[in-house]
Design a protein around this ligand. Structure first.
Ligand code: ZN
Length: 111
């Protein structure tokens, strides 16, 4: 992960917007984001690591849910890498169906 610097845009939960919104980093503690400012309402608050209030758990996006279930069904991350290296299965050979125009308009053969 790249180091975050002041002024960087970061996603966090804004208590005013009650949404995960774009925030600007306004204070850092070492490499940790300490304070952020909502770019929507300009509310400044401690960085919540994208988490909302204490009660609500951040919902995983549909993509993350799918990803999690896929990863869970896999033997391990190594398998995923191996699959990447594996040759891609050949596409089914194309049946050579040549599209022929109906020869309706062909002039009748002369006799
Ligand atoms: Zn806000």
């Amino acid at each position: 992960m790249e180091a975050i610097r002041l002024g960087d845009t970061i996603d966090d939960h804004c208590s005013r917007c009650r949404l995960l919104t774009d925030h600007s980093v306004v204070a850092l503690m070492g490499e940790e984001v300490k304070k952020v400012r909502c770019r929507t309402c300009n509310d400044e608050h401690n960085f919540r690591h994208g988490k909302g209030g204490q009660k609500k758990k951040p919902k995983l996006s549909a993509y993350e849910q799918v990803l999690a279930s896929v990863m869970a069904s896999m033997p391990g991350a190594a398998a995923a890498n191996a699959a990447d290296d594996a040759p891609t299965p050949r596409p089914a050979p194309r049946t050579r169906t040549r599209y022929t125009l109906p020869r309706r308009n062909r002039p009748l053969p002369r006799r």
